[in-house]
Design a protein around this ligand. Sequence first.
Ligand code: GLY
Length: 568
Amino acid sequence: MKGAARLFGLVLSLALAGLSPTLAAARAPHAAASQRALAAGAVASPDIYGARAAQAVLRQGGNAVDAAIATAFTLAVTYPEAGNLGGGGFMTVYMDGKPYFLDYRETAPAAATAGMYLNAAGDADPNLSIVGNLAAGVPGTVRGLAEAHARFGKLSWKQDMAPAIALARDGFMVTPQLTGILKGASPSVGKGTNFDAWAAGMKAGQRFRQPQLAETLQRIADQGPDGFYKGVTADRIVAQMARGPIKGLITHADLEAYKAVWREPIVGDWHGFTLITAPPPSSGGIALLQMLRMKADREDLFRGQALNSAQYIHLVAEIEKRVFADRAVYLGDPDFVKVPVAALTDPAYIAGRARQIDSAKPSPTEGVAPGLEKPQTTHFSVVDRWGNAVSNTYTLNGWFGAGVVVEGAGFLLNDEMDDFSAKPGTPNMYGVVGGTANAIAPGKRPLSSMTPTILLKDGRVAMVIGTPGGSRIFTSVFQVLANAYDFRLPLKAAVGAPRYHHQLLPPNTIFAEPYGPYSPALAQGLKARGYVLQNQDYNGDIEAIEVMGRTPVVAPDPRARGAGLVVR
Ligand code: GLY
């Protein structure tokens, strides 16, 4: 394939020149402002309210970051299962021709300890890290959005927050899809929490008003991040920690100390695109780059394989196996552990891993050692008419986080502490295993899979993409990119195609969604190769924008209640 040949050339030249992916991208051609400009702005959001908020702000002359802030605050009102004030996330930004990455991931409270979720027998108790006060990390969203605004915002903070405040005060229409998710989540997040009392106000087809949340948002609009991390809101978060059967750890000092961090994004070349994506504490960017490059390296095996045939799914699973083995051992918060980013993204290393792929059958799980020597979240994508872009994934972790609503403040707290390795070697709620690099420590950020990604072509935005899905995040982004650029599917079809997933453990297991065609022949083909098939709920909620020429094309995922708008 032409793209793969181009990649091989680039990989070879990078290897010869000894360049890291980041340095290589810094040398990528820079497009002038007039070349970057688009015919319109656009947004792909997990719901229509988030999309309309971005539209309103873009029409007032705001840029992609203003629109992203408006969407993020709005989703905290209308998409309560994952949109949030009480969680955290990552924002990948392309602004005035330069890449940026903002880490506003939650942190472990100062009183957290490595063994805090172990029971008397020394086993990790997942109930404690998933539901209730003790599951919550120190929220990062408000600080992160304020940082993004201070650096790049064109409109005022109040203008960016106005759509969210109006929706909290006046209400939004609840969909049956949302009440379905509420019903499904209640037996878990409702256990010993105030979740069910809060959720009772949401009825399909009726307006849901959140006056306490409107007041919290108004405090943030008036006082900036101090309206959340200090004063009344902070008092209410801390008071909440003492309520219910399980006490929490977040203190005033934790809230005041919370900082969002600008980090160097992972930047790499693939198929003639420059990929800008998430660095640690996300595993997502490294994993995505490894997957894309391993596939390109093994073009000899992939050539002629139909999309989502048994052999194609097997080959992708072979790649995933190796990526998850690395993830489990090397990845963690770079402020606490040394993450070998350059080694893990080194083309020669990735090529060596790709050579180990067994084209006939699954490689034995135990034999896939890490290679170096010694759903629920939500995403939105925005572009503006100046050719800037924001790819933002943020999360409460599980749907509705810890199920804890901060009384008097009207928002949910995350259960992000479950993304740490409570006991190295024990799977978290996504079934992925972590190592000591991701052990709990005060102030540390848990390892994430969130992969907000921007692709550039010759310095101009070509695609903005991301999704929720826990450990399925980067395998989903990988599949859509392969569908769009290797199989040349139009973006909507690339997003809509069924997705499959493997993650090293459970051994040789392929997860399939109920969505889309799943033929007996495919099941038979996978079983014949030695795989166990496991069904799961839908896989991700990709919100993508592709720029064709100068015109953005939006592709909200048909799996959920996403909405895309082109804004002229
Ligand atoms: N909580 C999901 C993630 O950070 O990947």
